[in-house]
Write a protein that binds this ligand. Structure first.
Ligand code: SAM
Length: 378
């Protein structure tokens, strides 16, 4: 099967590496997506195990269309009885980057019409549309006049791991958090600290990675389970094999935040992820933390002063860098922020800088090495 894993900007390469490790073939990086090929086992593993994929799609048709009539006609030419029956329910997700199709919802509506009309013409009955939990989710992507139609094997987006029961004010997308952990280069070979943990997303994704726990282990429903080619035995084997690969982790994962309320939310979420015994969570200001070992990795998602307002954002970043450089020598720090001015107050020289998007905010994800003697900016 030819397949596509969708992701966020900046995570394409780590996703390609993940795909390589689950046995995918012909891996090719695209914009916010990675194309690959694989059998049903690879498809199931992709949905269960990939940390940086949002959805796994199976393209079924590519064609050119410049108006709604073309689109309707081309969709009608696909034999939909191969993928669903009249008793199934249907949802269409549409995205358009096109001067021919300016409203993605309208393009999705035309696609839906073409599919239900095909069933009505053939059987006299039409399948129902269901936005939530349909039996078949179809993805329509239009780039100018290039249309691609794909079946969504994931169903609900894969960032919904199922452990986020509640969130703080600016919760991070789980796929972005996992992507940051993978991009940081951490090999689960030292302690991990998330000192501004909010609802606990980064620490949770770090723990799932450290123990090699599949991120979607607790999800019960995936789109492919309603497909005609679903093989439950193969799925159960894939889950069992992934569970057998869960490993031990010899270091510590620490998560803390100064806000009492968000720490209790993090506790609730970590419990839902069944990671309570794997993450050391406490309420603390960053400026009161001390290193617990000689080396480790710190990932910080501080307030940016965009969604959360902080009185003195520059002073906060100044405090973070000076506290870390005096108390965490030997550690590697990564910080994500959209606030470039505040980042300038970080009185350290960076060793890597990447671009990521936290929601709509363009962010820098920046690495600093903390070692004695060369702490200051050049
Ligand atoms: C952008 S949020 C983190 C969101 C988190 N990554 C999540 O997924 O929910 C920033 C957090 O920094 C915390 N914070 C701000 N100043 C702090 C300080 N001095 N020490 C510790 N935490 C602080 C806030 O309470 C807030 O929860």
């Amino acid at each position: 099967m030819e397949l596509i894993a969708k992701t966020m900007a900046g995570l394409e390469e780590v996703l390609a590496n993940e795909l390589n490790s689950i046995g995918a073939q012909n891996i090719a990086i695209k914009k916010r997506a990675v194309a690959f090929s694989g059998d049903l086992k690879v498809l199931y593993r992709a949905n269960l195990e990939l940390r940086t994929a949002l959805r796994i799609l199976q393209p079924i048709a590519n064609f050119t269309a410049r108006n709604e009539h073309d689109l309707y006609k081309k969709i009608s030419q696909i034999d939909w009885s191969k993928y669903m029956s009249v008793d199934d329910t249907l949802a269409i997700d549409g995205t358009t980057h096109s001067t021919y199709f300016t409203h993605s919802k309208y393009a999705a509506l035309k696609t839906k019409d073409a599919i239900v009309d095909q069933f009505r013409n053939r059987t006299g009955k039409r399948p129902n549309v269901r936005v939530h939990n349909p039996t078949l989710r179809v993805n329509l992507h239009i780039n100018q006049d290039q249309c691609s139609v794909a079946l969504d094997s994931s169903g609900e987006t894969l960032h919904k791991r199922g452990y986020r029961r509640e969130s703080g004010e600016a919760p991070m997308n789980e796929v972005l958090a996992a992507g940051m952990v993978l991009l940081s280069g951490w090999q689960a070979d030292c302690d991990f600290i998330d000192p501004m943990c909010g609802s606990g997303t980064i620490a949770t994704e770090a723990a799932l990675f450290a123990y090699n726990i599949p991120p979607l282990l607790h999800r019960k429903e995936f789109g492919f389970m309603n497909w005609k080619n679903y093989q439950p035995d193969l799925w159960h084997t894939v889950v069992k094999e992934a569970k057998d690969r869960i490993r031990t982790f010899d270091y510590q994962i620490y998560a803390s935040d100064m806000d009492f309320r968000v720490v209790s939310i993090a506790r609730y979420n970590i419990e839902a992820a069944q990671l309570t015994d794997k993450i050391n969570l406490k309420r603390s200001k960053l400026e009161r933390l001390e290193a617990s070992s000689e080396k480790g990795i710190i990932i910080i998602n501080p307030p940016y002063d965009e969604r959360l307002s902080t009185d003195d954002i520059g002073g906060l970043y100044d405090m973070i860098s000076s506290h870390l450089k005096h108390n965490f020598i030997g550690y590697t720090v990564w910080i994500i922020t959209s606030n470039n001015e505040a980042l300038k107050r970080f009185s350290l020289k960076h060793s890597k800088k990447l671009v990521l998007y936290n929601g709509a905010l363009e962010c820098r994800f920046v690495q600093f090495e903390l070692y004695a003697g060369s702490k200051k900016k050049g």
